[in-house]
Design a protein around this ligand. Sequence first.
Ligand SMILES: *Cc1c(COP(=O)(O)O)cnc(C)c1O
Length: 462
Amino acid sequence: MRYISTRGGIDPISFTDAVMMGLATDGGLLLPEAIPDMHDRLAGLQSLPYPRLAVEIIREFVGDDIADDDLTDLITRSYVTFDHPEVAPIVPVGNVFILELFHGPTLAFKDFALQFLGNVFEYILTRQHRRLNILGVTSGDTGSAAIHGVRGKANINIFIIHPHQRISQVQERQMTSVLDENVFNIAIEGSFDDGQRIMKELFTDLEFKENFVLGAVNSVNWARIAAQIVYYFFAACRVCKSTGRERVQISVPTGNFGDIFAGYMALKMGAPIARLILATNDNDILARFFRTGVYAAGNVVSTLSPSMDIQVASNFERYLYHLLNRNPRRLTLAMEKFAETGEFSVPSASPNDVDPIFRAGVGDTDATLSIIRRYFEGHGYVLDPHTAVGAVVAEKFRDPDLPTICLATAHPAKFSESVTRATGRYVARHDSIDSLADLPTRLDVLPADRNAVRDYMMKKLG
Ligand SMILES: *Cc1c(COP(=O)(O)O)cnc(C)c1O
């Protein structure tokens, strides 16, 4: 399998090169040249355990770059860290099926991608006798999933910046309690935006970047998407089998459009999915797009589902490329228009007609709190606020002919304050979060200044 850029500016490259490149060098996003077709193989995939299914699907994207035995080993190791034997259990609750994606080490679905990406990085670097220093900034979930993905791995160091005392205790401790020698937590005396600025400045300091082989844990790395496609096949096949239906619909709480883009790929590859329900919180740029055809940035507001507090979705360009008939010129023009004016539109014959595969809607704060309470009181099941947004929008598109799967993207214990506010009781807890309070932690506090961060990294790397 070869990879091309949405902007059309690079020669096709291998899976390995695509993983190491992250963002395409022409400013676009990398995509496989063709979408693998699994329609004829569905019957054989239907009952495979999760890691076996993952090998079958991910192999389509890896091609010959990783030998079969090595790929099997790497995928097996990525999911033995999960605390449930089925890896992604499916729980019937009321009239939906909840796909629990929170059994990984940081209790959020990002572990599916980042446990795999950490192992892929290690495999490639070891074989190429290279090293990589990852630098990232986080306001919460991604940083901890990335740290847990590469902790203790050969040839990789990871430096994660977070705003000092401005992220939740749980999120801070999930990162700073990782004491492996290759993990460096930097708390800057400033905001998340200061962290982003520092990171941008260091990545454009080309001498530093090259001397220190700096890389990003990109939310746009193709390996992350490939790993996420697996659970769409897994859930759709199993729910079809248990209900005797031919297809399902799947509701996805969406921020950067990475997760739901994996669902779109799965559908195109042949997973038995009739449509995808895109759910946003009040940061609703994507929901507006699918209802009106207009993509227009607004201001980010904070909500109960902070991992979805995003306006400009970094993975959306991949979908747009397909929507614009895989024409890199049209895509580039649309993105340039957006960069200049903050807006562009695609033709849509009627409302809700941008793409029949998608239904889109918004779950606001009241609806989020109220559905958490109703699920708890009615079914004894506790939703986290991100999952709740997906459940709210799924209710709007209920269809007697289509079983509905709701992706549960985080364990409720990660957001227990909101859950307590919704239910009036302390019902969201998890042993691994309770035990965080007693673990030793390590972090270094630095001024919000690029030279301070650069000197720190130089000292740590010798
Ligand atoms: C990152 C995240 C999301 C949003 O996923 P995208 O791929 O950015 O759309 C939803 N829920 C949780 C808990 C997350 O951490």
